[in-house]
Every structure is written in structure tokens, then in C-alpha cells.
Design a protein. Structure first.
Ligand SMILES: *Cc1c(COP(=O)(O)O)cnc(C)c1O
Length: 471
């Protein structure tokens, strides 16, 4: 399997070549040359595989340049009960009104990002050893991504993580989760400023190409193809469990921000998995909902991006969306580029009168909706009253939107992207209940913390990297 750029300006590359890269050299995103096809007979044969075995079967189609025995060792090392808490790895639990909840948040940082990031940590270590390289991951986080990256990369050979976070702006739990890590390859930097300041520092360092290459700076953001392909696996796994008979349709509802999670569902569907609907759920930041309802894609300015109680979906533009639009325009890089030129010129593009937009639902299964703070509170309360379980705010957005699209006889699987404990304040507001802290995290806020403070200064972060890499 080779990968191309969505904008046409990259010679075909293998999986392990794009694994450590961000954007393609022409500013596009890496996309597979074609989607591998999975037959009905294969689906039948996969029904009783363990998660790790299934991950191998799915990923061998994408990572064709990794020897199969190595890939198998990597997936079985990653998807274990020790890491995800159950043998099933991603259990399904019943909800009501035709819905089920897919538990994706039982990994070390209690959010679905662990599903892919844990594999990425092992893949990076493997690939870096194979090519005899080191990598210094530089990132900015306001919570979930940074901790998922740190828990995936801690102790991994050849990798260091420099993670910038806004001092005093995350919850005490989030701070403790990251800053209590004592691994020598993990560096937490608390920046005096906001998340945007942290992100600007990362951007400035990455734009210094000489520094970037000398100090082997990389990222693990949501456009990473390794992450996307790892996320495809749980659509297969849950389909095989939820479908009454293999071949029957199943719908999925996905709390969405950067469009990485639901893109993986789209890929599973393109591979032949009988997915009926892909329900894109947003919060008040409804860039994606607007597109799927109207055909207009209009990323927002930061000043127009709301801070909400489902903060991991507070995005102004959906960085993986380009990969879906590439398929929508018939995988034609020129057509894709024309749209992105319009986007650059006008701040939006409009496909409302375009025959291809009419296929968004009929051919690709996409539908959408959005949710407000009041909707979240109501949904969290209702789920608690009817099932006795607490769901997090992002999952609540998806439950709210999913209900509009439930059809008789078609299971609706709602993806649980975080546990309630990560957003305890809103859960308490909704239900009066304080969500239980999992045993592994009891007392975490009292552990010693390893973090350095810093001004929002590009020079200072560069100097810090130089000092700590020994390169
Ligand atoms: C990252 C995240 C999302 C959004 O996922 P995308 O792949 O960016 O669409 C939703 N919920 C939670 C809890 C997250 O951490």
C-alpha cells in the first residue's frame, strides 16, 4: 500500500515513511492510494478474533511495509487487558432507544485517544530503532492529547516528548495526570499564557526548518496516519458485536472535533463494512454540522470559537476533513486543490449546488447535528436516571444527536470518547453526583510533579530542547 498527498504533490510513500511525518510536502494530507476491500467471508472469519488479532488483520492492509510478524508483535503488545482494563478492550454496553455505548476510554488517560496513541508509541519505538533515528515530539495541549501522547511515549527508546501546556489552565486532575510522570524522556513545560500561546511556540519552532531537522522535531497530532488507521479497528470490532447477523447495517454516532475519529468510520465503510449512517455530532462549535447540513465549509477564527463544557471538541477547523473531501471530489487532487484555494481566498467553500454534495448522505452515510450546554446537562441527567451510569460531556453530545437518527432494527453505536471523571464539574452540575475516580488514579493529585515553568518564549523553549536532547 502506497500513500499519496491529497493535493497531488508527493511521490508515493510507504506506511513507515509517512508514519513519522506531519503534513505532506505540498501542505496536503497523506491518503492511501485505494481502500483495501474486506469481503463478507472475511468479516465472518473475523467475528471471534481478539482485539489485538483483529487490529493485526485490519492494519496489515495499511502497513504493508512492516513485516507481518513484527506488526503482530506490536498489536499484541499494545491491546492488552493490562492497558485497557478488560479482555474485550472496547466493550459495548446497552443504552436505550436502540442505542449502545462503545467504551473507548478505558485506557491510561481515560479518553479514546489512547486507542490509537498507545499503538503509535510502540510503532514509533519500532520504526526509530529500525532506521536508527531519534525523535523529539514537540506538542501543545489543553488536556487530552498531551496526556495521551505522554502515556504512549513514556519510557520508549529513541523518543522524547516536550509538551507545552498553559500554566494553571487545566483541571487539577489533568495537571496531575501529566505532571506526575517521572519518566526521564517526558518533559512537561507549563507556559505562562494560554493554549494558543503554546501552540504558537510549537509552530514557530516547527517553522525553523534548520532547528527542526537538527533537533529531529516531530509531532503526534490528529492528522497522523498511524492514528487514523488504528482507529479503523474499533469500528470493525464493534460492528461484529453489534450486528444481529454479519451483513446487517449498523450506524455509528461520533463526538467530533478534528474529524479524525469519524474519518476512521468512513474508511471502515469504504473498506466494505456495512455501516449505514455515520452521525457527526458537534457542540456549539458546529463547523462540521454546518457543512453536512448546508454544503458550506466555513472554518472559524479563534475569536469565533466558543469555550464549551465539551472542550475537546472546541475546534475552529477540522484538520482531517480534507481527507474526506478528497474522496467526495472523486479522489482528484486538482479538484481538491481548487476547493482549498477557494477556502484560502474566501474563508469558505460552498458545495450546496454541487451534485457531489447530494451524495454525502446517500453514498457516504453522513448526517450530523449539534448540541448545547443545556442539551448536555439534560442528556447526562437522563442517561443517569435511566441507566445509573454517568457519561462524559462529549459522549453526551453524541447521544443527543444520535437519537434523531435511530432507525428501527438498525443498532446505533455511540462512541464514548472520555470518562465522566475527566469533566467532573459538569457531571455534578447535571446530576449532583461526583463521578468515581478509577482506582489507578486515586490520590494522583498528591503525587510529586515534574514540570518546568517558562515564559511564552520561542527562544526559551528552543534552549530547553537543546539542553535536554544532548544532540
Ligand atoms: C479528541 C476528542 C474528540 C474529538 O475527536 P476528533 O477525532 O478530533 O474528531 C472528542 N471527544 C474527546 C473526549 C476527545 O478527546
Amino acid at each position: 500500500m502506497k500513500y499519496l498527498s491529497s493535493r497531488g504533490g508527493m511521490s508515493p510513500q510507504g506506511f513507515s515513511e509517512i508514519l513519522l511525518e506531519g503534513l505532506a510536502p505540498d501542505g496536503g494530507l497523506a491518503v492511501p492510494e485505494q481502500y483495501p476491500q474486506v469481503s463478507h467471508a472475511q468479516l465472518q472469519a473475523w467475528k471471534n478474533l481478539s482485539y489485538a488479532e483483529l487490529a493485526f488483520e485490519v492494519l496489515r492492509n495499511f502497513a504493508t511495509d512492516i513485516p507481518e510478524a513484527d506488526l503482530k508483535a506490536l498489536t499484541s503488545k499494545t491491546y492488552t487487558k493490562a492497558v485497557y482494563g478488560t479482555d474485550e478492550i472496547t466493550p459495548l454496553r446497552p443504552l436505550f432507544d436502540g442505542m449502545q455505548v462503545l467504551e473507548l476510554s478505558n485506557g491510561p488517560t481515560l479518553a479514546f485517544k489512547d486507542m490509537a496513541m498507545q499503538l503509535l508509541g510502540n510503532l514509533f519505538e519500532y520504526q526509530l530503532a529500525r532506521v536508527g533515528q531519534e525523535l523529539n515530539i514537540l506538542g501543545a495541549t489543553s488536556g487530552d492529547t498531551g496526556s495521551a501522547a505522554e502515556y504512549a511515549m513514556r519510557g520508549k527508546k529513541g523518543v522524547r516528548v516536550f509538551m507545552l501546556s498553559p500554566a494553571g489552565k487545566m483541571s487539577a486532575f489533568q495537571r496531575a495526570q501529566m505532571y506526575s510522570l517521572q519518566d526521564p524522556n517526558i518533559f512537561n513545560v507549563a507556559v505562562e499564557g494560554l493554549f494558543d500561546d503554546c501552540q504558537d511556540m510549537v509552530k514557530a519552532v516547527s517553522e525553523d526548518l534548520e532547528f527542526k531537522s537538527r533537533y529531529k522535531i516531530g509531532t503526534v497530532n490528529s492528522i497522523n496516519w498511524g492514528r487514523i488507521s488504528a482507529q479503523v479497528v474499533y469500528y470493525f470490532k464493534s460492528y461484529l458485536k453489534a450486528a444481529p447477523t454479519i451483513g446487517d447495517p449498523v450506524s455509528f454516532a461520533v463526538p467530533s472535533g478534528n474529524f479524525g475519529n469519524v474519518l476512521a468510520g468512513h474508511i471502515a465503510r469504504q473498506m466494505g463494512l456495512p455501516i449505514r449512517r455515520l452521525v457527526v455530532a458537534t457542540n456549539e462549535n458546529n463547523v462540521l454540522d454546518e457543512f453536512f447540513r448546508t454544503g458550506v465549509y466555513r472554518p472559524r477564527a479563534s475569536a469565533e470559537t466558543y469555550i464549551t463544557s465539551s472542550p475537546s471538541m472546541d475546534i475552529s477547523k477540522a484538520s482531517n476533513f480534507e481527507r474526506f473531501v478528497y474522496d467526495l471530489v472523486g479522489r482528484d487532487p486538482q479538484a481538491l486543490k481548487a476547493l482549498w484555494d477557494t477556502l484560502k481566498r474566501d474563508g469558505q467553500f460552498d458545495l450546496s449546488g454541487d451534485a457531489r454534495f447530494a451524495e454525502v448522505e446517500s453514498r457516504y452515510g453522513f448526517v450530523s447535528g449539534s448540541s448545547s450546554h443545556a442539551n448536555r446537562l439534560e442528556t447526562i441527567r437522563e442517561v443517569y436516571e435511566r441507566t445509573g451510569t454517568l457519561i462524559d460531556t462529549h459522549t453526551a453530545d453524541a447521544v443527543k444527536v444520535a437519537r434523531q437518527y435511530v432507525e428501527p432494527g438498525v443498532p446505533m453505536v455511540v462512541l464514548e470518547t472520555a470518562l465522566a471523571v475527566k469533566f467532573a464539574e459538569t457531571i455534578e452540575e447535571a446530576t449532583g453526583q461526583i463521578p468515581p475516580v478509577p482506582a489507578a488514579y486515586a490520590g494522583i493529585e498528591k503525587l510529586p510533579q515534574r514540570v518546568v515553568g517558562m515564559k511564552a518564549s520561542v527562544a526559551e523553549i528552543k534552549q530547553f530542547i537543546v539542553q535536554n536532547t544532548g544532540l
